[in-house]
Design a protein around this ligand. Structure first.
Ligand SMILES: C[S@@+](CC[C@H](N)C(=O)[O-])C[C@H]1O[C@@H](n2cnc3c(N)ncnc32)[C@H](O)[C@@H]1O
Length: 394
């Protein structure tokens, strides 16, 4: 569970990532190195890919500030979660040290090219006991190679650069790529501009229904948006997934009262993704209720639009998605986008979606709706076809 103080600290760290050294120093003075280092190390471990080394090895990570040092030792090996172990220095085969300010910038600063020059590293520290030298020599082939691989894994976690969504989808086991759906390429196209921003992301549908905890896509968003805060909403209790920068909420996407209270507390959101029940009525209720809580400049995404043709989900038969379906909603949004062009009758009081939908990008089974100010004017109604032609507007 993540308490309010931890959430406040992570928000300060995210802001500190792009601020001055003085501000990072002030934060460390307020909170103390140990507290800051614990949060940073948890974030590093979350961001690390799976270790590739087949021989187990211990790697230490030091976080330093003004002569103080906070250390964790990590046992790393392929197919096992990275485990924090006691810092038994004699067993550590590689040590990486960052200043706290340096690690804050690496994790929450702007994503730039991979860097060196802001950390120290020692492989196979010289043993205190000369008798250990022969033991180290015997290990050279296996353990030193493992230490190098494990250190590379650790360094891959010490960065605000995120892998692309196709790779993350595979890493976390989401079905948004190569599993009946090919969504991550569309997500990459539309979400890339938000990647380095302090986005608030809400996904309806955490996964796993009532028999599994799920959470694959929430982890994918958390890793993709290194400065983001991710919320997941599900009918079933998945609050065990809550951790720094990720909150699991319990609620029904077809309950507008619940959605309103939830959005007032946690919104506005930059990105909302509906991957919930895919029942046509539910999709429409969620959109109607939550689109007002999308920030201008944000996006509302609806997955699995195919259920607009599935009668079991409240969809239409006969190959034309009716007005009460999710695709009926999407078609209506295209009309809303063009409300300034409507004639007989023209629109005098635009609806909320007419005034705020500024783009509708539909692909096979998925749509991205852009929110903003839909204020571009039309040609005045008194201009008849002859005037248009005279102006060269054909
Ligand atoms: C397809 S899964 C989500 C998969 C997940 N987004 C991912 O990509 O890994 C759908 C989830 O929606 C949840 N769900 C079903 N009906 C819902 C409702 N009315 N309100 C909220 N969540 C619902 C289910 O419990 C299930 O966990």
């Amino acid at each position: 569970m993540v308490d309010t103080a931890q959430n406040a600290l992570i928000r300060r760290l995210i802001r500190a990532g792009t601020s001055t050294d003085d501000e990072i120093d002030a934060l460390l003075k307020d909170v103390g190195l140990a507290e800051v280092a614990r949060v940073l190390i948890e974030e590093v471990l979350f961001r690390c890919p799976e270790p590739a080394n087949t021989a187990p090895v211990h790697v230490a990570l030091d976080v330093t500030h003004s002569g103080e040092r906070y250390t964790v030792a990590l046992r790393m090996v392929r197919d096992e979660p990275i485990a924090m172990v006691e810092d038994d220095s004699a067993r550590v085969r590689s040590r990486v040290a960052f200043t706290a300010a340096g690690l804050v910038r690496r994790l929450f600063g702007p994503a730039d090219t991979p860097r060196t020059g802001d950390f120290e590293n020692t492989f196979v520290p010289t043993p205190d006991d000369p008798g250990q030298v022969s033991e180290l020599l015997a290990e050279m082939n296996t353990v030193l190679r493992a230490a190098a691989q494990a250190t590379a894994t650790l360094m891959a976690g010490c960065t605000s650069r995120s892998p692309d969504l196709g790779e993350l989808s595979i890493r976390y086991g989401s079905d948004k790529w190569a599993s009946f759906h090919w969504y991550t390429a569309h997500y990459e196209r539309h979400f890339a501009p938000y990647r380095d921003r302090q986005v608030r992301v809400l996904e309806i549908g955490i996964g796993g229904f009532d028999d599994d905890l799920g959470g694959s896509s929430l982890k994918m968003w958390k890793r993709y948006f290194p400065r983001g805060t991710v919320f997941g909403l599900d009918l079933y209790d998945k609050t065990a997934l809550t951790e720094p920068r990720l909150t699991a909420l319990v609620g029904d996407q077809n309950d507008p009262e619940y959605l309103t209270v939830m959005a007032r507390e946690h919104g506005p959101f930059d990105l909302v993704i509906d991957d919930g029940s895919h029942m046509n009525e539910h999709v429409r209720t969620s959109f109607r209720t939550l689109f007002p809580y999308v920030r201008p400049g944000g996006l509302y995404v609806i997955e699995d639009l195919q259920t607009a043709y599935f009668p079991d989900f409240g969809g239409s038969t006969g190959g034309v998605a009716g007005p009460d379906t999710s695709l009926g909603l999407v078609k209506g949004l295209i009309d809303d986008l063009h409300h300034r062009e409507h004639r007989e009758p023209s629109v005098t009081r635009p609806t909320p979606t007419q005034s705020t939908v500024t783009g509708v990008h539909a692909y096979h089974n998925i749509v991205f709706v852009e929110k903003g100010t839909n204020g571009e004017d039309t040609l005045p109604g008194w201009m008849d076809a002859d005037v248009w032609t005279a102006l060269g507007a054909k």
